[in-house]
Design a protein around this ligand. Structure first.
Ligand code: GAR
Length: 200
């Protein structure tokens, strides 16, 4: 049976769309089983509905984190999700949520972690004056933008870069490596040694 992805997003959803495109074209051998947003008006959620995918949404603002995450986990279980992919899900997950999907939650972040975790990673890179930045796909643990790293791609920071130009250059790479990392995890040919994810 094809593995089912659960995609969690809070905004634009371009990483979700890239994944959905690769699923539709057969490049990614799985299905998008469920798309959830903690922002009911997220453009990415609207797009998921247009694509006819099963969706859910609950506003997270003002909610107790553990209770909210408990409801989200229940929805993911109900939809038979095998792998949870955070795609611009701008919310820290509770430990209990993470424990319910051991080694089965991925995140994408727009920097070469451990540099520039948290919000506005592309702005942080520009402000710091680095010459190279990039993106990272990693397993999710209980710390922010932490967890063993699956894939990274570097992109140059040009002297002339605006925030928008740098973000777009990184995003183009995000759209590639997220599907590659998902494919790798679904194949299961890796082992985790400490923080290292090693191909087997
Ligand atoms: C992406 O750049 C993603 O890496 C970032 O949010 C953006 C979402 O874009 N995630 C984080 O910063 C997580 N810490 P998208 O909604 O178009 O996929």
């Amino acid at each position: 049976m094809r593995k089912r992805l659960g995609i969690l997003l809070s905004g634009r959803g371009s990483n979700f769309e890239a994944i959905a495109r690769n699923v539709a074209s057969g490049k990614l051998d799985c299905e998008v089983g469920f798309v959830f947003s903690n922002k009911p008006n997220a453009p990415g959620l609207k797009r998921a509905r247009e694509l006819g995918l099963t969706c859910g949404a609950m506003e997270s603002a003002g909610q107790d984190r553990a209770a909210f995450d408990g409801q989200v986990a229940r929805l993911l279980h109900e939809q038979g999700v095998d792998l949870v992919c955070l795609a611009g899900y701008m919310r820290l997950l509770s430990g209990h949520f993470i424990q319910q999907f051991p080694g089965r939650i991925l995140n994408i972040h727009p920097s070469l972690l451990p540099a520039f975790p948290g919000l506005d990673a592309q702005y942080q890179a520009l402000a710091h004056g680095v010459k190279v930045t990039g993106c990272t796909v990693h397993f999710v643990d209980e710390q922010l933008d932490s967890g063993p790293i699956l894939l990274q791609t570097a992109v140059p920071v040009l002297d002339s870069d605006t925030l928008e130009e740098l973000s777009a250059r990184i995003l183009a790479q995000e759209h590639k490596i997220y599907s590659e990392a998902i494919s790798w995890v679904l194949k299961g040919n890796y082992r985790i040694e400490g923080r290292r994810v090693i191909e087997t």
